[in-house]
Design a binder for this molecule. Structure first.
Ligand code: ASP
Length: 449
């Protein structure tokens, strides 16, 4: 049986953290495949290596002098190397790699992708060198060799199914395999990255590929909290939640685990565990396909700002064939994606993320709705927050919505919109952004106190 462990940016931010990582790997012989991020921030005002690399690429593409940017990256690695007592060969290698990427032919997009991946790639090599220096049998494996074949979508690549057969062979290595996260290769051999934070995705894919018994995701928090800890002080920790619950929570603002990283684990039914590199013996949070009911229908409360609604009403809308389709078609035409469509008999609201729609876009859309759909009323409302209460237990417990609305009433929060998905895993409230904190606090009191 084997586990795949992924260590995030904060877990490999400096030598001290990397020593903890080595200890965690050493402690459990089932940790056979390790996926790493690039070094992250060492303090709140520090910069992630990936961000430094993005700046380096930008300077090059804008034909500016990029040496200061390159030196910042080298400095980060040099301090790790010095503190771990490793050879500085990797520094030379980074410089040569950057130079050869810049000198190569081919599209700028792909050059920038290769630059972005240097953080993960170099860290994985460093970690395996460090493990060897401790007498732990480890080897670095490039994602191409490992079998990560991705779609040709720079900065948002997706795994291709043919990868999984090759990844299964990772089970055969006798050494502990160290794979850099965040990138893979297209069928034509071009390097491409996942979206930002994508090392979680690599970890999940690799865990599915080797059919691991567990995918451990090491980060810098003890667990996933049931509510945003910047809103509620020291909230309860979630010990277990289902994939579906995690998906709903991460949609509305839970950012501990990359939303896309769930899919491979879900398909292969690999349990995921979020753990803290700084407290590895803690229980952590398990994300599983099924869990025991514990009496509380809700596992978590999530909230996110930055939404708006587009309200359209027309008498007898319910009898007008194709009205909804034509409305959504206008949005599609204008390149706008929508989130939810709560509706009444003669009205329909479309909830959108407001950053997609500036005022001129809004005007175009409203004009088109007026001329093409001839509604009685159409208007928008900005400044909405969505609050979701999430839990699979909701579908078997009567009164959850009543408790939630009572909590909002107690906090004197007006509900602008309510939506319950057909799967009954979440209940969503649209409220004014200013009321977000009060609403979340009151819901927390109602369900967790
Ligand atoms: N280093 C990449 C980023 O900062 C990927 C990751 O950390 O997961 O987005």
């Amino acid at each position: 049986m084997m586990k795949v462990a992924k260590f995030g940016g904060s877990s490999v931010a400096n030598a001290e953290q990397i020593k903890k990582v080595a200890q965690i790997i050493k402690e459990d012989p089932e940790r056979r495949v390790i996926v790493v991020s690039a070094p992250g921030k060492r303090s709140a005002d520090d910069e992630k290596v990936t961000d430094l690399l993005i700046k380096l690429g930008q300077s090059f593409s804008e034909k500016k002098d990029y040496h200061a940017d390159l030196n910042k990256v080298l400095d980060r690695f040099k301090s790790i190397i010095d503190d771990l007592g490793l050879s500085d060969q990797i520094l030379q290698q980074i410089t040569t790699t950057v130079q050869s990427i810049f000198d190569s032919d081919g599209a700028m997009d792909f050059k920038l992708e290769s630059i972005k991946a240097i953080g993960e790639d170099s860290l994985a090599q460093l970690l395996s060198e460090y493990l060897l220096s401790l007498g732990i049998s480890a080897r670095y494996l490039n994602p191409k060799e490992a079998g990560l074949i991705l779609s040709d979508e720079p900065g948002g690549a997706q795994i291709l199914d043919e990868s999984f057969e090759k990844l299964y062979k990772l089970r055969d290595y006798r050494e502990i395999v160290i794979i850099p996260g965040f990138f893979g290769y297209t069928k034509e051999g071009k390097l491409v990255t996942f979206s930002r934070g994508g090392s979680d995705i690599t970890g999940s894919i690799v865990a599915a590929g080797v059919q691991a018994k567990l995918y451990e995701n090491f980060t810098d928090v003890d667990s996933v909290y049931c509510v945003n800890p910047t809103i509620v002080n020291q909230p309860k920790e979630i010990t277990a939640l289902t994939y579906k619950e995690m998906r709903e929570l991460s949609y509305a603002g839970f950012s501990v685990f990359h939303a896309e990283a769930l899919i491979p684990a879900v398909r292969a039914e690999i349990p995921v565990c979020i753990k803290n590199t700084n407290n590895p013996s803690g229980h952590g949070t398990f994300i599983v396909s099924k869990k025991e009911a514990n009496g509380n229908p809700i596992v978590g409360i999530a909230s996110d700002k930055g939404f708006m609604s587009l309200y359209v009403s027309k008498y007898l809308m319910n009898r007008e064939v194709g009205f909804g389709r034509r409305l959504l078609h206008i949005l599609e035409d204008e390149g706008i994606s929508y989130e939810h469509t709560p509706s009444g008999i003669d009205d329909l609201s479309v909830i959108l993320r407001s950053d997609q729609m500036d005022e001129s876009k809004e005007k175009v859309i409203i004009d088109r709705i007026q001329t093409e759909l001839n509604p009685d009323q159409v208007h928008t409302e900005r400044g909405l927050a969505l609050i979701m209460i999430v839990g699979e237990g909701m579908n078997s417990q009567i009164g959850t919505a009543a408790r939630a609305t009572k909590a909002l009433q107690n906090a004197n929060v007006n509900i602008e919109m309510i939506n319950q998905g057909s799967s009954e895993v979440s209940l969503m409230f649209g409220i004014k952004e200013e009321a977000e904190r009060d609403a979340v606090k009151s819901l927390y009191q109602a369900f967790f106190k």
